[in-house]
Design a protein around this ligand. Sequence first.
Ligand SMILES: C[S@@+](CC[C@H](N)C(=O)[O-])C[C@H]1O[C@@H](n2cnc3c(N)ncnc32)[C@H](O)[C@@H]1O
Length: 168
Amino acid sequence: MTLKPIGTIRTPFPVNRGVPIQSSMSDAIGTVEIDKEYVDGLESLDEFSHVILIYWFHRAQTTRLRVKPYLDEKPHGVFATRAPARPNRIGLSIVELIKIDGTEIVFRGADMVDGTPLIDIKPFVPEFDNRLNATSGWLAEHLAAGSGPTLSDGRFETERAEQPKRFS
Ligand SMILES: C[S@@+](CC[C@H](N)C(=O)[O-])C[C@H]1O[C@@H](n2cnc3c(N)ncnc32)[C@H](O)[C@@H]1O
């Protein structure tokens, strides 16, 4: 399987430290620069208030099957977390669409490092994506308490950024 980025996400966060830990906790404005060859695929996307950005955690280089996430002192299986240290470094953020101007998409809710390679965009559709009976597992008590950090401390950062044009 080979993935080819369709663009680049630009954000105010040059390094991993100080990045919001979720898009729902972020008011930061970001832009997506879509590669010209994909611009026709943006038609009608501006009809949606929110979009799902799927991207590659290009600065995460270690895979850990058990991680200590930001919102708990205890480790959890990586698939029970949103940590970047996953076998396939796929990140997913639901962000508010502000505008689309040619190859540039402006959004609110950035929780990515500047330069993050974008893999895909999908419209967020409440009728498809909302789950009114969903539960939050180990996160529930931490979110209810409203405690815990909202910004990353760089624990998943590496010194050397991966800049693949193609990755598999
Ligand atoms: C906990 S993850 C959640 C990301 C996404 N909303 C998700 O659920 O897949 C967010 C953190 O990932 C880290 N991060 C963001 N962009 C990254 C990148 N390109 N490479 C490595 N880590 C990144 C930052 O520390 C940020 O605070």
